[in-house]
Write a protein that binds this ligand. Structure first.
Ligand SMILES: [Zn+2]
Length: 355
């Protein structure tokens, strides 16, 4: 059930209103309501303020106004936009633009189930609709025959693909909790989210939808990028982001923190990377004020983000050979914290894009 915001007219106003309507155009015709975009307006806020369920109407809105939208579907100040017709409305009552109404909280508690998260995490409660309409392709590095970078700790070997995968799964779940649509590009049929320090390496990961991962690096990168681009084509015109998650291996004396990379041709990718890093800076300042954060954002020539059609960010979660970075990876709560911070950064990025 969605409640519409209905303007409360006093009786005389209603009469005047009906009179003026019947003078101007026949009551039977379905008329589009229009509004002029003002500073701070975005598709999301305008739909919300007018009682449209965002996820149902975002694509109708874009379709209706595509010639007047700016980059990333931004509203352009001063331009006039049409609101979609509501399926159930008689359309004789103009939607009232309410300048600074608070966005409505969707009251619907919803649940969904996805086996990829494993028995303990398969059920997901949808906590909010903040990311309704957003589509994410999440790709963890390596997998299948390729474990990626390897480190070791207390006699255990740490494989990049397993740790990147666990963080990516946690991020996927937490985006779904906020109403997003998520595709896991690299998939493990039986790992799920694992609350252990040492994640046993295996080789049974596949690439979306269910393809065996080749050993050759070139073939592997092409496979996952093709998978993302095929999905991108299906979801044309919708809000989409690709998030690629790796763990680096460098000299063990280097403490490298979390790094964000974008492709030089993508301004949206650059803004996404910056938004994520700013979120990390804020989170570290809040939770570990004396720690200092030395991650950074930079452009980098990487096959996946260069060839993906979706705005993308490539993230390195740390140095698998460095003691402090290893703590970020092996402690399950830390992996969850990284996932939550990335989610908060992605929410920020989504808000910026629909303004
Ligand atoms: Zn890697």
């Amino acid at each position: 059930m969605h409640l519409n915001i209905k303007p409360r007219y006093s009786v005389p106003k209603i009469i005047v209103f009906i009179l003026s309507l019947s003078l101007n155009f026949p009551l039977v015709a379905q008329e589009y309501q229009t509004f002029k975009a003002q500073k701070g307006d975005g598709i999301y806020s305008v739909l919300k303020q007018n009682g449209y369920p965002y996820s149902e109407y975002i694509n109708k809105f874009i379709e209706l106004n595509k010639t007047n939208l700016g980059k990333d579907n931004a509203l352009i100040i001063g331009k006039v936009y049409r609101l979609p017709l509501k399926n159930d409305s008689v359309a004789t009552q103009p939607a009232k633009i309410q300048p600074k109404a608070k966005p409505r909280q969707e009251p619907v508690p919803e649940k969904t189930v996805n086996e990829i998260f494993g028995p303990a995490y398969r059920e997901i409660n949808i906590k909010s609709k903040e990311l309704a309409g957003a589509i994410y392709y999440l790709e963890s590095g390596h997998g299948g025959p390729d474990p990626g970078a390897m480190g070791s700790l207390n006699g255990h070997s740490l494989c990049e693909d397993e740790y990147a995968y666990d963080v990516t799964l946690r991020l996927a779940r937490s985006l779904i909790e906020r109403g997003a649509t998520v595709y896991m590009i690299i998939r493990d049929p039986n790992d799920g989210i694992r609350d252990q320090q040492y994640l046993d390496p295996d080789k049974d990961e596949v690439c979306y939808p269910n393809s065996e991962i080749p050993l050759s690096q070139v073939a592997r990168l092409k496979q996952s990028t093709d998978a993302v681009n095929a999905l991108h084509a299906k979801n044309k015109k919708k809000f989409q982001r690709l998030v690629v998650i790796h763990v680096d291996s460098r000299d063990e004396k280097k403490n490298i923190d979390v790094f964000f990379y974008y492709d030089k041709r993508s301004n949206t990718g650059k803004r996404l990377a910056n938004t994520l890093m700013q979120t990390f800076e804020k989170k570290y300042a809040m939770h570990q004020p004396n720690r200092g954060y030395s991650g950074s954002v930079s452009e980098r020539n990487l096959y996946v983000i260069k060839n993906a059609l979706t705005p993308a960010v490539f993230i390195e979660l740390g140095n698998i050979n460095h003691t402090r970075d290893q703590q970020r990876l092996i402690i399950p709560d830390n992996r969850q914290a990284i996932a939550n911070w990335l989610r908060d950064g992605l929410i920020e990025d989504f808000k910026k894009s629909i303004k």
